[in-house]
Design a protein. Structure first.
Length: 148
């Protein structure tokens, strides 16, 4: 478990800002405590400072996880966001899409969402913009990229 390097931080924040924009600051400066991002075994974790200090007592070899995994750094240096970060991204999302009930199942099974399956969409969502996908009951289902 170690802090992110400058290059890793840039790659990670570029990907995260695609979905939540400038709200990354709100993830770090929370009223319930101070949080940080740490890298462990090519995975980036979002963890409370006091929990991170306690995890420092466990050897790296024996430490499996701490906090919430936001994603994985690939060997080529890219970052892949994981679904476990959805609960933290959803409240701060810049662009949102709500799906009709018949399109929810198709999205959850990994298929593309057609225009007929959209219930609502936030204003000014441009092409190739990162979006958080919700059901009509405001339950976050996942994230993706707007095609049109």
């Amino acid at each position: 478990m170690r802090p992110l390097t400058e290059e890793e931080t840039k790659t990670f924040f570029d990907k995260l800002s695609k979905y939540i924009g400038e709200n990354i600051k709100l993830l770090l400066d929370r009223p319930d405590g101070s949080y940080c991002f740490r890298l462990h075994r090519d995975r980036i974790f979002y963890v409370r400072e006091d929990l991170m200090k306690k995890a420092g007592n466990v050897s790296r070899k024996n430490l499996l996880s701490m906090g919430t995994c936001f994603g994985k750094m690939t060997k080529s240096g890219k970052f892949r966001l994981q679904i476990t970060a959805l609960d933290f991204m959803a409240p701060y999302a810049k662009h949102k899409i709500w799906l009709k009930p018949n399109a929810e199942q198709q999205f959850v099974y990994g298929h593309h969402v057609m225009k007929s399956g959209l219930g609502r969409i936030t204003e000014n969502t441009s092409q190739y913009e990162g979006v958080v996908v919700y059901s009509m009951n405001d339950l976050p289902l996942g994230f993706g990229v707007a095609a049109k």
